[in-house]
Design a protein around this ligand. Structure first.
Ligand code: ZN
Length: 191
């Protein structure tokens, strides 16, 4: 990798939809729904590693040229900060602001979508990251199966922003086979 963000900020959202996203300056957002849908820690690792992959390959910076997206993410972050600030002491104004912003969070993640090629690359990098971190790749794969099943039921959330289904699973399996064969090497990137 010759570019990209390698410093990350994690933000956990209360949103129960199955979604996660990558934003400017190394921001990685994980909804509570991811943890609820995941069958084990390895599956959560896959989602986080996928978003790290988007950051590491600089997909976010490429997408950030759209200024509207940046503004939207800023609004979402302010909402999240409001929610955190009002957690301890009850403040109706802050809480209302946070709730209004919270309603937009799913949409905000939804609008930060990457190309199919970038999604493939993020999956590949995720597999490399998990392999090198000694996370069980076969267990992690389960989340892609869950997503594929959910896509059959036309659920929204993650599926608006991420490809799901047999094609993605096949891509994952190819990547894993390659990475295992090369002992975790990154392939040469076409310049
Ligand atoms: Zn993605």
């Amino acid at each position: 990798m010759n570019v990209g963000v390698c410093e990350w900020k994690f933000r956990a959202m209360k949103d129960r939809s199955m979604n996660a996203g990558a934003g400017p300056n190394g921001l990685i957002v994980i909804n509570r729904g991811i943890v609820e849908y995941a069958a084990n820690e390895e599956e959560v690792c896959l989602v986080i590693a996928h978003e790290i992959g988007h950051q590491a390959a600089n997909h976010v910076a490429a997408g950030q040229r759209n200024k509207a997206v940046g503004a939207l993410i800023g609004a979402v972050l302010l909402g999240a900060l409001g929610a955190a600030a009002s957690y301890g002491s009850y403040n109706p104004d802050l809480t209302r602001t946070a709730m209004e912003s919270g309603a937009d969070i799913g949409g905000a993640i939804g609008r930060l979508s990457f190309s199919k090629e970038q999604e493939r690359e993020a999956d590949y990098l995720a597999a490399v990251i998990l392999y090198r971190s000694d996370v069980d790749l076969d267990k992690a794969r389960g989340f892609l199966v869950t997503m594929a099943r959910a896509s059959g039921r036309k659920e929204t959330g993650m599926l608006d922003t991420h490809p799901a289904g047999p094609e993605r699973l096949a891509g994952w399996d190819r990547a894993v086979a390659e990475i295992r064969a090369s002992n975790g090497q990154l392939p040469q990137r076409a310049s």
